[in-house]
Design a binder for this molecule. Structure first.
Ligand SMILES: [Zn+2]
Length: 280
């Protein structure tokens, strides 16, 4: 059985056929999806979906939603975490982090605002004893700095999702107690550094995810030229996870069953409440 540790099932792309998407994933062997929220207006939707689909969810404010968010949003997050503190399906604070790639977020004011919102959410995670699900985009060193300041090494739990940094940064997240999330990006032959990381890092450090509907694997990806010629970018979905996993298994020289077993263990270690939710 596979676990998609990061999958935006509440995204508008899935609105027309969500039940078929989830059924296809189950058919393909994906027994569980973790659905992270991106902003306060999504909190109700991710919780209800997790409940209805037998999956789990995380609550947080994504860095791309920071420009539209206010202090009231942080207060709403604090309130939601308190209200659902004992919900077994609430597995983490996320998706939170820093995005230093998207051009509009690069003003001095918005960088500072992103850091303040990220740090406040790390503190909420500490208060509630919850793991974190981190968005890392050209921001690993700043993410690490705040993690280090708020908790001694080894004290964090959670996932640095869609990880795509250096070996040193990977090791630094792992030393703090986090796992690294890999997905469709590792299926590209051209992603040499990422494939090397996925192959050489300790297996205990990895979890798999799709980040659906984003980050399509190569077989769904349409190049800029193809898109200009009218082809649509393929929609990623959790049913793709086993094929992504097969590529990882091949890179590591493992049987898919052995990989699935270890990754299940890793996911539970990153998000301990999964232990009570996964079919045995
Ligand atoms: Zn995401």
């Amino acid at each position: 059985m596979w676990i998609d540790t990061h999958c935006h099932l509440d995204a508008p792309e899935f609105a027309p056929d969500l039940d078929e998407v989830r059924a296809r994933a189950r058919q393909a062997g994906v027994g569980h999806c973790v659905i992270p929220a991106v902003a306060v207006p999504h909190f109700g939707a991710v919780r209800e979906l997790a409940q209805r689909l037998g999956d789990s969810y995380a609550l947080g404010i994504h860095p791309l939603w920071v420009p539209q968010s206010t202090e009231a949003d942080l207060a709403a997050l604090a309130q939601a975490l308190a209200a659902h503190a004992h919900d077994p399906r609430l597995v983490a604070v996320g998706e939170i982090g820093l995005d230093f790639f998207v051009a509009e977020l690069q003003t001095e004011v918005l960088r500072a605002r992103q850091e303040a919102v990220y740090r406040a959410q790390l503190q909420l995670a500490r208060q509630h004893g919850l793991p974190v699900i981190l968005h890392v985009r050209r921001s690993a060193d700043r993410l690490l700095k705040h993690l280090r300041e708020l908790c001694p090494p080894g004290g964090w739990r959670g996932i640095a999702h869609a990880f795509n940094g250096s070996v040193q940064q990977a090791q630094a997240f792992v030393a703090l107690g986090l796992k690294l999330g890999f997905g469709g990006a590792l299926t590209f032959d051209s992603a040499r550094q990422l494939r090397r990381l996925a192959t050489e890092l300790p297996l205990e450090a990895l979890v798999l995810e799709t980040d659906a509907p984003d980050i399509p694997p190569w077989w769904l990806y349409r190049t800029a030229a193809e898109r200009a010629a009218g082809q649509r970018q393929g929609r990623n979905e959790p049913a793709e996870l086993p094929r992504i996993a097969a590529e990882l298994a091949q890179l590591r020289g493992l049987a898919p069953e052995a990989l699935a077993e270890q990754l299940r263990h890793n996911a539970v270690s990153a998000l301990p409440r999964l232990a009570g939710l996964l079919p045995s």
